[in-house]
Design a protein around this ligand. Structure first.
Ligand SMILES: [Zn+2]
Length: 342
């Protein structure tokens, strides 16, 4: 695996590129994480730009709300359906990679490896030319440093975004071009400052930056035009928290990490299938406990195989009943159709 590929591995992408079965790949990475080869993270994504708003090491630590994307100026409630990504990073104990120390990553590597999620389909060929086209200017500012940028504002909306603190300043550039130098000062600190919008005219701007965040920041002035959409507008499938909730290996291997009842995370759809072995009490009475137990066990064995082949997971088995989840209705219908055969 190349270094950049060892950070936030998109396992669905991995499966596609290696030709290995998705479910087996997910299982393999989960077992490897359990053994300490990978660190598993639950990343809350912005549905607008695909940025990672927060990364958690356990499912339990996900909060249900107050995630805010500065770049898109929107607040989100975390929905585990499509908005929480499960990604795998090689453990620092196994091999150190640059992403283990994000403050050392060059600006665009920081955007690629830390800010944007594994679901943003960045085009390798056009990445450099597109970033050049969308970026008015960008710089690295160490903790405590101040700097000034001289920009020439184009007749387009401009976003000054800082991906470490997620601070954003919008500049609504409109009106007649001016030759007079316009001024704007931005201070970065640990608090997520509210996103502001300034109206300015096309022409020169002196941007004064003051880093009081106590860590390196990477202020970047983007031109919000078509090229920005081309750069980050394409998506690819990624492993969602919802799929993980319906994964048998996850349920078996990470038993302790499950949602708490008071987490109140938004799940817009998750299918539960309840099964019951009709007349099981009468069966136990008719054939006796040992024979009936063997039959029920054979029934569960067949049921578990079908559930696993339909990408579902078993939540509990009680004497002759089962509860199973699948992430989509069609998989559940498939499981039900198959279970008729047993
Ligand atoms: Zn966003």
């Amino acid at each position: 695996m190349r270094t950049t590929k060892s950070n936030r591995i998109n396992v669905l992408d991995f499966s596609k590129h290696t030709g290995l079965d998705e479910e087996r790949v997910i299982s393999g990475f989960l077992h490897a994480s359990r053994l300490g080869l990978f660190d598993l993270t639950w990343n809350v994504l912005c549905p607008g730009c695909g940025g990672v708003l927060d990364a958690h090491s356990t499912l339990k630590s996900l909060r249900h709300d107050d995630y805010h994307c500065g770049l898109c100026a929107c607040g989100y409630e975390a929905s585990v359906d499509e908005q929480v990504e499960v990604a795998f990073t090689v453990s620092a104990r196994i091999r150190r990679i640059a992403a283990h120390d994000p403050t050392t990553l060059p600006l665009w590597e920081y955007f690629k490896q830390i800010f944007w999620s594994s679901g943003v389909d960045l085009n390798r060929e056009s990445f450099e030319s597109l970033t050049e086209e969308v970026t008015l200017d960008a710089l690295e500012l160490a903790a405590g440093e101040k700097a000034q940028l001289s920009l020439q504002l184009p007749p387009h909306f401009v976003i000054v975004f800082e991906p470490v603190t997620h601070s954003t300043q919008f500049i609504d550039v409109q009106g007649e071009p001016t030759r007079e130098r316009q001024q704007l000062s931005l201070i970065y600190n640990k608090a997520h400052a509210p996103v502001g919008t300034m109206v300015m005219r096309p022409g020169p701007l002196r941007l004064s930056l003051d880093n009081q965040a106590g860590m390196r920041v990477l202020p970047t002035a983007f031109i919000a035009a078509e090229a920005l959409h081309q750069l980050i507008g394409k998506r690819k499938p990624f492993l969602t928290a919802k799929r993980m909730l319906s994964n048998q290996t996850f349920r078996d291997v990470f038993k302790a990490d499950n949602l708490n009842i008071d987490q109140r995370l938004k799940i817009t759809s998750l299918t539960f299938l309840f099964t019951d072995l009709k007349g099981s009490t009468a069966l136990y009475e008719r054939v006796g406990d040992p024979a009936a137990f063997d039959l029920v066990r054979a029934h569960f064995h067949a049921l578990l195989e079908i559930i696993s082949s339909e990408k579902g997971a078993v939540h509990s088995l009680v004497r002759s009943c089962g509860v199973e989840t699948s992430k989509t209705r069609s998989e559940r219908v498939g499981a039900r159709g198959s279970s008729r055969r047993c």
